[in-house]
Write a protein that binds this ligand. Sequence first.
Ligand code: ASP
Length: 317
Amino acid sequence: MAGIALGLHGGCGTLERSLQSEADWAESREHIALALRAGWKILSSGGTALDAVQATVVMMEDSPHFNAGHGAALTARAEHELDAAIMDGNNLAAGAVCMVRRVRNPIEAARAVLDGATAVLLAGDAADEFAASVGVSMVDPSYFTTQRRIDALLLLQQLAQTGAFVPATEAEKHGTVGAVARDANGHLAAATSTGGFNNKPPGRIGDSPIIGAGTYAHDGICAVSCTGQGEIFIRRVAAYDLAARMQYGGQSLQDAANTLVFDTLASHKIGAGMVTLGATGNPFAPYNTLGMYRGWITTEGDMTVATHAELHNIGKA
Ligand code: ASP
């Protein structure tokens, strides 16, 4: 179908290649491909960009490889507090949740907020209750926990207790999933979901559920989902800044995204990445870290997945 395109990221906190088995890398690439196929199925049968980004993010939330949904990071109290947002570039409708603890797929709760149309952002227990009341699937919080996150939390806390200064790896600092899409009617959408970062202070809310910070979509301009230290993305209003650079500054998508990732955000000495999509073009996903889980399907239907610099061309979607 003409003009449809889809992109995703799974966070800019990939480990060094040697720290994980090739089988694990291969499985994470497989999960990226599955998530892309879920969104593509919707786009290629005439569905909306909004539905496509939601379906893509649901698949990423379900994978233990990424820091969202099942496999999400833990707070300093060893609990999960999950954030997610979704935005429709067609009418600037948006929905988001933060600090949810029991919604199986936080992006579905964000979508329910968008569809409910009375609020843009719901928080905490009330967000969980709202999601349950409209039929979103709920789970016990233990569903989100994986051994990898428990081990990482214990290590971070032990190091803090001994007073040893060991900087957290990019893989511990970052992680989030997100998707951008363009549908056959030319509408854009963006969605983002995250567990934040391991050992985060309870109550901390990142950029992902903040419209204009970690997530933004506006037809005719761009759709974007961000990853990296959320505090800086909030202070820089990064996702909206991308759109403003293009709309008011006349920058191309590539120039605007590269400026943000390699200049504006990098000037704060943080790892940063984003998946973006222009009004008519193909996804573009720059990052300034060792790697970023990512994948896209171009308007020609060609699928690519990657974790580090090397691109894996999967062929036609
Ligand atoms: N942006 C996310 C947050 O700050 C985390 C990340 O993508 O690294 O919550």
